[in-house]
Ligand binder design. Structure first.
Ligand SMILES: Nc1ncnc2c1ncn2[C@@H]1O[C@H](COP(=O)(O)OP(=O)(O)O)[C@@H](O)[C@H]1O
Ligand SMILES: [Mg+2]
Length: 465
């Protein structure tokens, strides 16, 4: 599967030449290798890319923010001028940032896309969630440095990469917008040499050469046609043209040498992780009782009755499903039975069914003297906050005790070991929407466990109080 080699242009300072570098580098790479797919997009709030690459007045449906919408990346990319493909820009990036959970979202999208070749990402001068996503995904981060303060800020990029366990060598500095007319006394004769020396001194790698300050290049952004022109077409007689050619060659050689290493690495990690998750799911599946925990009806193959509740005990002895009707009978009759008339029982059933997708049920048994046990029933919301509760005492043994045959008592017998008779026992249940077996999948089960752990801690604290 074709995976892209990702180049992120980043510097925590504005006006250092990031966008000029991103757009021109894309074109020069295409100029070097016509067959190489080159895709470009920007995480900054401007439309430079669109102004430079848009073919005619063609309006596009897609935009950069769609990258995180779950649509395949290939569908967002549009053909542009100079053979470069691009994703149209947007100003709606700020809202998008608020929804970010991690720094690997872009990497996930890129690594599961079919985009091959090179992807160039222009970023904003702020080290926000989008920039971090672009750094995390990158095979190479090119940092244009214009002066010593842009170099100083580079430290934040290095720290971020280090936190993500990425080598510092991912970063490569490039002195940009260098005015070579300004000369210094001493060993470093101009700001290019000085910046390069500073950078190397701080342990950064640099590209060979630099991008000079050129009035011609500056003017490519401002003209009566309101167009943005690239150096390759409108600045061919400048030094910057040769400098971009030299840079593109170095970048291209890097690409040929390493290929889409980062995306391959991430795809491998992802598939390893998926197989770990799958093993976890399989182990949970193996542990299940293969009958309804209440009525002992057999689960045939993988078919678990729709609407069934998943149930687990705090001591790990019991895990399995209970048919929906069995579970409702258990709650309505065994936990609320003696106090409710038929009509009330029906509305309780309805309430339980209605709230099932967003709630958990907990049952807690405490052994009392003389064959009695106290049961606590709790309904909890989807983060484990108690919504309602009820306590009742059942005489579990004895000739006249109805409870001997109660499903609740039988269920807790399955959980209780002889030697821990007196221990409190907790059963925890949740009904998942769709196939009940979905609850065993990594993410869903993690939620279940998180709430269960919280409940156990809450119960323990209450008991010690
Ligand atoms: N080599 C260059 N010579 C002169 N001006 C340049 C050069 N590169 C970029 N510029 C100008 O500097 C300004 C900032 O460049 P830009 O690429 O937008 O930086 P950034 O994306 O880092 O904010 C722009 O006006 C641009 O035209
Ligand atoms: Mg910019």
């Amino acid at each position: 599967m074709a995976r892209p080699y990702v180049i992120t242009i980043s510097c925590e300072k504005g006006g250092v030449g990031k966008t000029t570098l991103a757009t021109n580098l894309a074109i020069y790479l295409k100029g070097l290798a016509e067959d190489l797919p080159v895709t470009l997009f920007s995480f900054d709030n401007h439309f430079t890319i669109d102004k430079m690459f848009q073919l005619g007045n063609q309006k596009s449906e897609s935009q950069v923010s769609d990258i995180f919408s779950g649509k395949p990346l290939e569908e967002l990319v549009v053909p542009g001028q100079y053979g470069v493909e691009y994703i149209p820009s947007t100003r709606q990036l700020f809202e998008l940032q608020l929804q970010f959970k991690g720094f690997d979202q872009l990497a996930n999208v890129l690594s599961s896309s079919h985009l091959g070749g090179v992807v160039v990402i222009d970023t904003s001068p702020i080290l926000d969630a989008l920039t971090r996503n672009a750094l995390f995904a990158a095979d190479r981060v090119i940092v244009p440095i214009k002066d010593s303060s842009s170099l100083e800020n580079c430290n934040h990029l290095a720290v971020f990469l280090q936190e993500q366990e990425r080598p510092r060598s991912v970063l490569r500095m490039l002195p940009c917008i260098i005015d070579t007319r300004i000369r210094f006394e001493g060993p470093f004769r101009n700001s290019y040499q000085l910046l390069k020396a500073y950078a190397i001194n701080r342990g950064y790698k640099c590209y060979e050469g630099y991008i000079a300050k050129s009035p011609k290049v500056e003017s490519l952004n401002t003209n009566p046609a309101g167009k943005l022109y690239p150096v390759i077409t409108h600045g061919r007689n400048t030094d910057v043209h040769l400098q971009f050619m030299h840079l593109a060659r170095q970048v291209y050689l890097d690409y040929l040498k390493h290929g889409p290493k980062r995306m391959n690495q991430l795809a491998k990690q992802k598939s390893e992780q998926e197989s770990i998750f799958e093993r976890g799911r399989y182990e949970r599946y193996q542990r299940l009782q293969k009958t309804c925990l209440c009525c002992d009806k057999l689960i045939e193959g993988d078919y678990v009755w729709p609407g069934a509740y998943y149930l687990e005990s705090s001591n790990g002895k019991l895990a399995g499903f209970v048919e929906q009707d069995c579970f409702l009978d258990l709650v309505v009759e065994d936990c609320f039975g003696e106090q409710n008339a038929k009509g009330l029982q029906d509305s309780l059933r309805e309430l339980l069914l209605e709230t099932a997708p967003n709630s958990y049920i907990m049952l807690h048994r405490t052994q009392l003297p003389e064959d009695e046990a106290r049961f606590d029933f709790y309904r909890l919301d989807n983060v484990g906050e108690k919504i309602s509760d009820r306590q009742f005492i059942i005489k579990e043994k004895g000739f006249f005790s109805r409870a001997q045959n109660s499903t609740l008592v039988k269920l807790f017998k399955k959980v209780t070991s002889e030697h821990e008779q007196s221990m409190p026992q907790i059963l925890f249940a949740r009904r998942s929407s769709g196939n009940p077996l979905n609850l065993l999948e990594h993410q869903k089960y993690l939620e279940f466990q998180t709430v269960f752990n919280r409940v156990l801690i809450d119960t323990m604290t209450e008991q010690t109080q």
